[in-house]
Every structure is written in C-alpha cells, then in structure tokens.
Design a protein around this ligand. Sequence first.
Ligand SMILES: CCCCCC/C=C\CCCCCCCCCC(=O)SCCNC(=O)CCNC(=O)[C@H](O)C(C)(C)COP(=O)(O)OP(=O)(O)OC[C@H]1O[C@@H](n2cnc3c(N)ncnc32)[C@H](O)[C@@H]1OP(=O)(O)O
Ligand SMILES: CCCCCCCC/C=C\CCCCCCCC(=O)OC[C@@H](O)COP(=O)(O)O
Length: 273
Amino acid sequence: MDVLWMIPLLLLMIIPLLMCTSSTFVFYFKKFFYVAWMMVLALIAIPLCILKSGGRDIENMRIIRFMVRHVKYLLGLRFEVSGWEHLQTEGPYVVISNHQSSLDVLGLMEILPDRCTTIAKKELVYAGTVGLICWLGGIVFINRKKTSDAKSVMADAAKTMLDDQIRLWVFPEGTRNQNGDLLPFKKGAFHLAVQAQVPIIPVVFSSYSNFYLRKEKQFKSGIIRLKILPKIETKGMTSDDVSSLSDKSFDLMRAAFLDISDSITRSNGPVRH
Ligand SMILES: CCCCCC/C=C\CCCCCCCCCC(=O)SCCNC(=O)CCNC(=O)[C@H](O)C(C)(C)COP(=O)(O)OP(=O)(O)OC[C@H]1O[C@@H](n2cnc3c(N)ncnc32)[C@H](O)[C@@H]1OP(=O)(O)O
Ligand SMILES: CCCCCCCC/C=C\CCCCCCCC(=O)OC[C@@H](O)COP(=O)(O)O
C-alpha cells in the first residue's frame, strides 16, 4: 500500500527532471499529453453537445472550439493571425488550408468561423472520444481509398452547404505533410466550391519545422503564423475551371507559406525551449 502511494510522488519528481534534461522525453511527453488531453476534453464535451443539440449538429463546433482554445498554452504554442477581415464573408464558403500535423486542429479552432465544420478521413471516427466528438460536430467523413464514394459524399456536402448555410474546411493536400513545402492539391475542395458556387478562402499555416521536428524528436515552444488570404470567387465557374482554380489557389498559398515560414525563422531565430 505504502509503495503504491509512492508511485505518483516519484513520477511528480522524475517528470520535471526529465523535462529539463531530455528533449526526446519532452517530445514524447508533449505528444502523449496532447492526445490524452484531447481525449479527456472530448469526453467532457460529449455530454455538453448532446445536452445542447441532442445529437449531430454543426452548432456543437462552438463548444468544441471553446474547449480546445487553451490547449496551445499547455504545449507552449502561440498563434499570430493576419487577415481576419477575409473571414468576415457572409454565407457559405470553403476554407482550404495546408496540413502539417494533428496540431493543425489548434490553429483551426483559433479561427474557426461560426457554422463551419471540416472534411476528414473516415478513419477518424474510430478515434475513441475524439471520433465521437468529430461526429457530433458534423464533420463530413470521406473514404479516400474510394474516389467515387468521396466524390458523392462531397456532392451531397455541396448541397447541404447551401440548404443549411454551412461552411466547410478542407485540407486539399489530402494528407499530413511536413516536407517544408505544400503537396500538390487534390481536386475535391475546388469541385465542392464550384458545385455550390461559393467562394474559397485560403488559410496558410506557417511551417512547424522551427519547433516540431518528427525525425529529430523535438517539440519546442514556438509561434505559428496563420495567414488568411482574400477570398477567391467561383461564381459562374464550371468543372472545366477546377484545374485552373486549384493551380491558382496552390500558387497563392505556396507563396504565402514560404513568406510567413521564412519570416518566422528570420525574426525569431531558432526558438529556445
Ligand atoms: C472538445 C475537444 C475535443 C477535441 C477533439 C478534436 C477536435 C476537433 C475536431 C475537429 C477537427 C478535425 C480536423 C480534422 C482534420 C482531418 C484532416 C483529414 O482527414 S485530411 C484527409 C481527408 N481530406 C481530404 O482528402 C480532402 C482532400 N481530398 C480530395 O479533395 C480528393 O480530391 C478526394 C478525396 C475527393 C478524391 O481523391 P483522389 O481520387 O485521390 O483525388 P483527385 O486526384 O483530386 O481526383 C481524381 C479525379 O476526380 C475528380 N474529382 C475529385 N473530386 C470530385 C468531385 N467532388 N466531383 C467531381 N469530380 C471530382 C478530379 O477532378 C480528378 O479528375 P481529373 O480528370 O484528373 O481532374
Ligand atoms: C481508442 C482509440 C484511440 C485513438 C487515438 C487517436 C486520438 C487522436 C487524438 C487526439 C488528437 C486530436 C486531434 C484530432 C484530429 C486529428 C486529425 C488529423 O490530423 O488526422 C490526420 C489526417 O488529417 C491525415 O492523416 P494521414 O496522415 O493522411 O493518414
């Protein structure tokens, strides 16, 4: 009994010691903490969402957004947002952003407009309490391995956007990517915007490579710049315009990505922990 009682006490002493001495330990600790804390937050949010909306409802995103907002402080991250005015667009639109890691959820929740949910891979629905909260928040799940299924889910989403006046956030790279550049864009987000005839609002996350390095096992404190770009209209466009729309969005976002990522390195230098 006495020995069992000692375990938490020992952990309380050892963890800060390891945090000070080993950056690899910090990396694993922060990653584990992030996942575990999001699971706990989701567990708390589930009954709140059910009580408020009775089930799957995009309005639950307000609760989720509120509950995730503080997590950045726990991980030593800060956001610098520019271009807020571009999100002040009435009615439905499609937000597109680059996708580096599951940490993107923090930036997404930092600026998520009202009545906006995301498109995600269907595997996420099985992620325990996080999966259930994603479902309650109205996240649209697609099967990336079956293009025809994904296309029909997104065609339905285009209709729902207009019927229910909702906004959708899509990661057009289609997967996580931390290679210091953007991956070529998939077409779904652009078909979606053209089918619904709604504008696209590009959002760019600066590179995480100055604080989060997967290979080197480093997870330091840092600043993430979020740049919201002016909307791109799609009124009058048809599926023939999708490729050029995608190319234009890619070029704008890539230029912004290189710009804000570069300026972080220049203005802050290497971030110290
Ligand atoms: C309370 C606290 C709790 C906290 C817990 C958590 C908190 C919050 C939860 C919220 C946060 C959640 C965040 C979730 C993030 C998850 C991110 C992801 O999962 S990213 C992965 C999934 N997303 C995507 O894949 C979107 C981008 N992908 C696409 O758009 C793709 O195009 C596709 C999947 C629709 C199809 O894939 P693929 O076949 O590989 O793609 P293409 O090469 O682009 O297309 C092939 C041809 O098909 C045409 N096409 C594509 N889409 C359509 C369409 N909708 N309609 C008609 N035609 C379409 C395309 O043009 C191509 O034809 P081509 O002739 O070559 O032009
Ligand atoms: C009992 C099951 C336990 C499952 C544990 C998983 C829990 C995840 C928990 C917390 C992290 C919170 C953020 C959740 C949202 C992350 C979304 C995400 O980034 O998905 C990856 C996807 O974009 C691309 O994936 P691929 O790299 O293409 O594949």
